[in-house]
Design a protein around this ligand. Sequence first.
Ligand code: PFF
Length: 524
Amino acid sequence: MPDNKREHWGSSLGFILAAAGSAVGLGNIWKFPYVTGENGGGAFVLIYLLCILLIGFPLMLAELTIGRKTQKNPIGAFRDLMPKNCMVAHLIGIAVGFTGLLLFAFKQWGWGTIFILLSVAIFKLGWSIVGYMGVFCGFVILSFYSVVGGWVIGYIVEILRGTINFETTAQAKDFFVGNIGNPVWSVSYHIIFMIACIALVMSGLKKGIELSSKILMPVLLGLLIILIIRGISLPGAKAGITFYLSPDFSKITGETVLIALGHAFFSLSLGMGAILTYGSYLDKKQNLYKSTLSIVALDTIIALLAGLAMFPAVFAYGGSPEAGPGLVFQVIPTVFNKMPAGSFWIFVFFFLIFIAALTSAISLLEVVTSAMMDELKFSRHLATLTSGILIILLGLLSAVSVTGWENIPWVETVMVKLFNCKQGNFFDVADNLASNWLLPLGGMFISIFTGWIWGTTYAIKEIREGSPEFANVNIFVLLAGLKDDPKHNPEKVTWTLATTWGIFIRFLSPVAVTIAFLYTIGWI
Ligand code: PFF
């Protein structure tokens, strides 16, 4: 039964901005432009848009629907909706247990134990394991996300102190590596970023998350637009725009498609129950499918704008688009330094990234917090504080090991001995585990659960509340703007938004995500 005492969003706009705030984050502002540049510019954008439309959109609607129906955190939500005895869950449990035994046979003791424990958990918990996985994933993502958020705060402080003054990208790189490799610097800012998150989530849904998103999201859009105008009015900016937007189909491969799909997931905050949790604070009046449209559109527009803000400036000053953190932390300060009022623009840029990172981080913390509130009956204060402190502690491992394992060699020994994890540092391990494994797996299970276990009939019944046209109106009639036409007979309707969504969630999403997942683990 829905819990009537549950907090609810104050307004529809507040909810949409908060959910868009979750989606718009570091993934949009540095990752999207860079990945686009490397994968064929405009051609990649086109494929990314298709992934958003065909997979991201249906899955986001599914998460919102499950959340609103159950009014619960991801764990409680799946527990509420799952059948008592589910054959499919048992079969998955058997397959996982069998894999565990195989791993033992190959002397993979660490992974073998995890798989066996997982198999027992699947038998005991059924589909609510997907919720546990989501909460765990939120915990892991936030632990390293807040380290990057901390770097952003660190840069803002350094700008104000006047230490950011680079002539070349090499200088910028030395500065970046020097700072993030300094444990005191990175740990302090990681903790400061988490304190900001904890404070907002602790203040509750309306006063903390909703209000901050309502203020911060428009500020973010405004700042982006100023930066774009600034960027494209620079002499030489055209090369950047061409680089960013001209489609080069020769660069499109199977891998590009999969990169686009994976990024669509991360960028829309799908696969771990963040959107589900935000959906659980909605009432029946909310039009779920229109909300999904708005959130997806905002996330996509901001990603596209971020590219437009970055590339013209990079090209105008002879910079080159670099990978991941490099683009933002090294290239941007160098590029903007050469402009009039450079420090001001660098400040604006980093402030923008800070806002985007913060509104995403609070959604990650909210998943863990809401699970603790619902499952352990903690108060909001206690739940936020407990989960925040645990995340700070886990994040310490990422913060001190990002330039190498030197500071925590014992963790490396454990990782290598138990899990055969030789690549990268703890930061990479956490990122890889969450982004390449847990999110795609979560997404796949959420779509299978909605399409086959809970069932589209019940899901659509829920979506109908607040958006009757979703299931009743012929898609052609809707597109033609004729839904109020008296001649229109709903009895004869065959192809509706609802039937389209049902097919996508039952077939397209699970298959596409499975392919992406198998690709990630190197089986195809
Ligand atoms: N969507 C965020 C970004 O693009 O940076 C990251 C994220 C937030 C992923 C929340 C997952 C999540 F649940």
